[in-house]
Design a protein around this ligand. Sequence first.
Ligand code: DQA
Length: 143
Amino acid sequence: MKKILVIHGPNLQLLGSREPQVYGTLALKDINSQLKLLAAKNKVSLSIVQSNHEGEICDLIGSAKNKFAGILINPAAYTHTSVAVRDAIAGCGVPCVEVHLSNIYTREAFRQKSLISPVVKGTILGFGAKSYYLGLLALLDLL
Ligand code: DQA
């Protein structure tokens, strides 16, 4: 069975209570449960990690080859700042799909640039929690 690595970046552990007008009211555990159901329906397994630490995210991405068929990532604030996460994705040899709950291109100027988008297969954003479900389906379609 194919395995997919799901990475939730910084502050996403707060989903549900964090700026619900922007990110919705679903908690991270609810999104993860839905992702697991979708994965089971599609006969793949998920390993899901949330991390607030840039280096840990780089370590996860860098060791994904030969363990995971693909990576689904919401890099959160590191989207806009992290050359390190970008380089990890560019060099990891595993196809990645980037997702965001919000449409970053309609928000503050500092969010309107993703360092990650140029090195992923594709990006899905603006659909709330559904961005994750659509992102997983898009990733599976690639594999
Ligand atoms: C986010 C958008 C980022 O700008 C922000 O820093 C996040 C969440 C999203 O899913 O909409 O933490 O990645």
